[in-house]
Ligand binder design. Structure first.
Ligand code: SPV
Ligand code: MG
Length: 669
């Protein structure tokens, strides 16, 4: 597409303002003239060839254009008869250069980017009109017939709309109009508007009106217009636009939408905090501070701020952007409440929402798949538990005992109030791993088998893993376990301060269980920390004093000693329904130690909500066996029903349809 700018007019109504240069060189802001603005806008939309017709001061105009040093080829066509002809003759002079789609504009037209974008987005030929602005007395109006522009002129009022000499003309439509312009000029009809030649075609040029509504698109005829347009331009230039990004991999689709948004005004980018991203989709590969600097270096972005939550409220109230830009994918689904909130806040101060079609391009999906692969890599996965603790303060963990439960923990999301909730990490429980294998939870399932379970889970998930290391075994063995777990990408091992034949803690004192001495267990922790090769891996000391009824003082003394031995976290366990002993422990431990993460497994003391645990000072909540416990009654019932009924029909209603089970696991995860 080429642009044709008509600058051969005399501009006599501008008075002294055009005594030394053509009208298009009139300054409309301290930084630009009508022409420099038009040329920059054309460059910005990718136009490479521009034809400018000239009249009076043609040399001044040419030199001026060259001084702008824009990356565009400009051809100047002088109309030697500029004093006695209208621009129809200038077009005639340029006719041999115009065999293309043409963006035609008068040289005294000032328009905002959004107006140009709207015209260019029109697939047919189009003319800028406004259905909402009053009909001008002396300026162009377009008569519409059957939805098309039938006539353009200053004399039409019936069935007319306000119009501006800004056209996007597809080659075939333009050819018809140009041929008639040539015809007019050959007949010496050179003192009329080029539109007179268009009007004879009676709609055959297929030009459709493109409604600019109240976007700035106005010509400057005199000093009064200049004042008005300069003022309107100031408003346009001071407009602010807000967009929020959760991404950490910027691709072409993002750049396109950023470029479009930046054309609407000064662009403020909100970068979603790590915590908000983690709750909304997955843990960000790149931390918020780095993501912010990524955006700071993109041209067209005037400011980058953090958006702390999925809700835009805080930032909209702080910055009052004139426009919020978003993809149209949030019109439905879980993001709809966020959109509704944005709309209602914008309505309070007259802001606008602009939505662009969401790109679900295959190559961007491929990028997302690569991101997932990246997140599953041992080095990336291992460190994420520490980052989650930093970012969220409280991390929720659900048990997984095989690939399927791993997938459930990975993918289960619930939406509430426009936000999303999901588990942060996975717990590979000794109880559930043993139970899945039909074995008691007594360290009977050996490490090789336990590692096999981790591997099955890791193959299909990306979330961090906390491993239940039972007693850790012999110290001489534990050091190897630590290194193996690190290599696999596990984030934390929890070992309990028991010795001899370990039984599940939930038996309490009903069975014989022996607690290790503080010295021996501290030595095991020290050895594990010494063996550790990466800085991210965590060893958590689990204290069984309350389970074995050894008292609060013993629990606290152990916690202190184990932290001194190098434990990265403390797990305190209880099998009471009443959470008070756990609360007491947290309070007393936190009196001296504000930072060591506290891990809880609230299987029996399950009435307290996560928010309260966080407030009390706990950091990791492990739901240690609920998925396994959900499975057993369901499968037992199915087995019994089939045995009772001698067929499977009766149990079908409580089963997942077989059509669904075969699709439950996607082939390409
Ligand atoms: C496990 O899940 O195996 C645990 C937690 O160790 S508990 O069963 O509560 O002891
Ligand atoms: Mg266990």
């Amino acid at each position: 597409m080429k642009a044709l700018i008509l600058n051969s007019g005399l501009g006599s109504r501008m008075g002294v303002l055009t005594s030394e240069h053509p009208k298009c060189m009139t300054e409309i802001s301290p930084r630009e003239t009508i022409l420099s603005r038009q040329l920059q806008q054309l460059c910005d939309v990718g136009i490479k060839e521009i034809i400018i017709t000239t009249g009076l001061f043609s040399d001044v105009l040419r030199e001026y254009c060259e001084s702008l040093e824009l990356p565009v080829e400009i051809t100047f066509v002088h109309n030697p008869e500029f004093r006695t002809t209208n621009y129809i003759y200038s077009i005639y002079c340029a006719r041999d250069l115009l065999d293309d789609d043409i963006l035609l504009m008068h040289g005294d037209l000032v328009f905002e980017n959004a107006a140009l974008d709207r015209l260019l987005a029109c697939e047919t030929s189009g003319m800028a009109v406004s259905f909402s602005q009053p009909l001008p007395e002396k300026d162009f109006k377009a008569v519409l017939v059957n939805g098309k522009v039938d006539k353009v002129g200053i004399e039409f009022f019936d069935s007319a709309v306000a119009a501006q000499a800004l056209y996007k003309l597809n080659r075939e439509d333009w050819r018809k109009w140009l041929d008639n312009i040539i015809e007019f000029c050959k007949l010496g009809n050179t003192k009329v508007y080029a539109e007179n030649a268009l009007n004879e075609l009676e709609g055959e040029a297929n030009i459709f009106p493109v409604d600019m509504e109240n976007l700035l698109c106005a010509e400057i005829d005199d000093a009064e217009d200049l004042k008005k347009v300069s003022k309107a331009l100031k408003c346009v230039e001071s407009r602010t636009v807000y967009m929020c990004f959760a991404t950490d991999i910027l691709h072409g689709g993002h750049m396109t939408i950023i470029r479009r948004a930046a054309r609407l005004g000064k662009l403020i980018i909100g970068v979603l905090s790590d915590e908000a991203v983690a709750s909304y989709k997955r843990f960000p590969l790149v931390p918020a501070a780095e993501r912010m600097s990524l955006f700071e270096n993109i041209s067209g972005v005037s400011r980058v701020v953090e958006q702390k939550s999925l809700s835009y409220k805080e930032n909209l109230e702080a910055f009052h952007p004139d426009i919020v830009v978003h993809g149209d994918d949030w019109c439905t689904g879980f993001q709809k409440p966020i959109r509704d909130e944005v709309l209602s806040i914008l309505a309070t101060y007259g802001g606008k929402l602009v939505e662009y079609p969401y790109s679900s391009d295959e190559k961007y999906k491929e990028l997302q798949r690569r991101e997932r692969t990246e997140l599953a890599m041992p080095d990336i996965r291992r460190g994420r538990l520490r980052r989650l603790l930093d970012v969220k303060g409280l991390v929720t963990v659900m048990e997984a005992h095989d690939g399927l439960t791993g997938l459930i923990v990975e993918n289960t999301v619930v939406h509430e109030n426009g936000g999303a909730r999901q588990f942060d990490a996975m717990w590979v429980s000794s109880l559930c791993d043993s139970t899945a294998k039909g074995k008691p939870d007594i360290e009977l399932v050996d490490m090789t088998s336990r590692f096999r379970t981790i591997d099955d889970i890791m193959e299909v998930t990306t979330k961090p893993i906390i491993f239940d290391g039972d007693t850790g075994g012999l110290t001489e063995h534990f050091v190897y376990t630590v290194r193996s777990l690190e290599r696999m990408g596990v984030s934390m091992v929890i070992i309990e301060d028991k010795t001899g034949l370990k039984k599940n803690s939930l038996f309490g004192t009903e069975v014989v269980q022996t607690q290790a001495s503080i010295e021996d267990f501290s030595a095991k922790i020290r050895a594990g920390k010494k063996a550790q090769r990466t800085k991210e891996f965590m060893i958590c000391a689990r204290i069984e004093s309350l389970i074995l009824e050894q008292g609060m003082d013993d629990a606290l003394a152990r916690a202190k000693a184990f932290v001194e031995a190098g434990a990265d976290a403390i797990m305190i366990h209880s099998r009471r329904k009443d959470p008070s002993e756990i609360c007491e422990f947290i309070e007393k431990f936190r009196a001296d130690d504000k930072t060591t993460p506290i891990v809880l497994v609230p299987t029996s003391f399950n009435a307290v909500k996560e928010e309260e645990w966080k407030e009390r000072g706990a950091n990791i909540i492990i739901y240690a066996n609920q998925l396994m416990r959900a499975t057993v009654p369901a499968i037992q019932k199915a087995a019994e029903t089939i045995l009772t009924c001698h067929r499977a029909q009766e149990c079908d209603a409580s089963l997942m349809p077989f059509k669904d089970i075969i699709r439950l696991i996607p082939e390409d995860v």
